[in-house]
Design a protein around this ligand. Sequence first.
Ligand code: SR1
Ligand code: MG
Length: 417
Amino acid sequence: MPTYDKYFLMKSADAPAYVQSRVHYFEDGRKLTCEEIGDGNINYVFRVADEEAGRSIIVKQAGQVTRIDKNWELSVDRGRIEAEILRTQGDLAPGLVPKVYLYDEVMCAIIMEDMTNHSMMRSALLQHRVFPKFADQISTFLVNTLLLTSDVVMGHKEKKERVKSFINPELCEITEQLVYTEPYNDCRHRNNVLELNREFVEKNLYSNDTLKLAVAKQKFDFMNNAQCLIHGDLHTGSIFINEEHTFVFDPEFAFYGPAGYDIGNMIANLFFALGNGIAVMEKGEEKDLFVSWISGCIRDIVDLLIEKYHRAFARHVSDLMAKSSGFEDWYLGEILRSTAGVTGLEMNRRIVGMANVKDITSIQNLEKRAEIERVIITAANEFILHASEFVSGDCYLANWNKAMEKIRLEGRCNHGL
Ligand code: SR1
Ligand code: MG
């Protein structure tokens, strides 16, 4: 029987005994089952269950290399960061993240609440399910976790201590490469570009110097702006959801960075779901319902976030100078500018970069996929190049619609988008 005093990467068969040795969650002697359910690029996620009693728990273990590339080594310290931020976010946004029962420094494993009766949001959106409460819930999560961990609210010394403990160089480096560099030059020759779009990508991304300058400015904001504690990878695969409730999890990329990074990631990933709905759904009521819900969701997230930001600012801001007239709007303006830029960056990198999204890669009709990819890149470049213009939810939708129109007019969109 292992004593777990030395790190090893668990297999499904190891996890039940490990859980029993670490937490008192299942009664002794119960028959436990386990499956590995992780579908991310990096870690292993085991669901350990007592099927008869209807109880289950999650073990998430950090491997020493990524799943997407076994030659890619990563510090296992990300497990500690993830456990700490889940606890912090649980305090700031109660009920919106899973409870952490234990973090094991040796095995680099977190034992946490299972998000039963919830589905991974990306998979649910691929089935074109709608979640009417999501915009309200995620905007609360964003405002609470971002504004309340920033210097405008927190004591500045305490905040600096936290910046220190959330230094996350290796995971940040992944983002610096995959989001802020490679989509614009394929410098590591690992971009995935659809053959039908090769020329389009060459022209609009790899040879676009104006765009590269705007991206470079955003990159240095990401690296230097320790504004607040961000999740760092807030896409629809980092959310479990049902019609009533939302759980945000998987914050191993967390560090003190720009608030707009989380908000922009969220919006971009909803655009992927919208793109999928437009490309694959048959014309009709169901499609209209999904497209109108997801568009409304994007618009509402931005607008609710602005509304809740002002409320939280009035209630929580402690820094005397941040109370100066005009500061509240200026600070929000900076967040919104960065949000729009990151929306564009995430949209581009999931289309041409190394780590893609099923919303798009699962589109079987390659002509349709190519067209929706061009719409996404067109909209993305506008978000990046004109970031300061996106000051409301309607601006986001108008840009998407303009990109759809542009691709149609270019005579390429003949496949029913
Ligand atoms: C090597 S990791 C690739 C991507 O997966 C993660 O979820 C992040 O989004 C990262 O960029
Ligand atoms: Mg992840």
